[in-house]
Design a protein. Structure first.
Length: 92
């Protein structure tokens, strides 16, 4: 899997409760916001729902997900470190 998953929170409306949309180049899923989970747990849960939809989930993918917040604060981004590749950035 070489696609990032981006999650974004959507406020409740008159017809729907709070939810999170997880999107990748392959597609997207909507997941209801679960009050028993933290904000980060809800975003990760949505990302894993999308990963499961495309079979990017399971024992092979356990423990190697890397996440971070979007620069504008609109959500989170997740990617899987498939090969444990590490890059070194030189900045003088």
């Amino acid at each position: 899997m070489r696609q990032a998953i981006v999650t974004k929170y959507y406020v409740p409306t008159n017809s729907r409760g709070s939810r999170i949309k997880a999107t990748a180049a392959a597609g997207f899923v909507w997941v209801e916001y679960r009050s028993e989970l933290s904000t980060d747990e809800n975003h990760f849960h949505a990302a894993m729902k999308l990963a499961h939809k495309f079979n990017w989930y399971g024992p092979r993918f356990d423990g190697n997900w890397i996440s971070g917040g979007m620069p504008d604060g609109s959500g989170n981004v997740y990617t899987y470190d498939e090969e444990n590749t590490r890059y070194s950035i030189y900045a003088p």
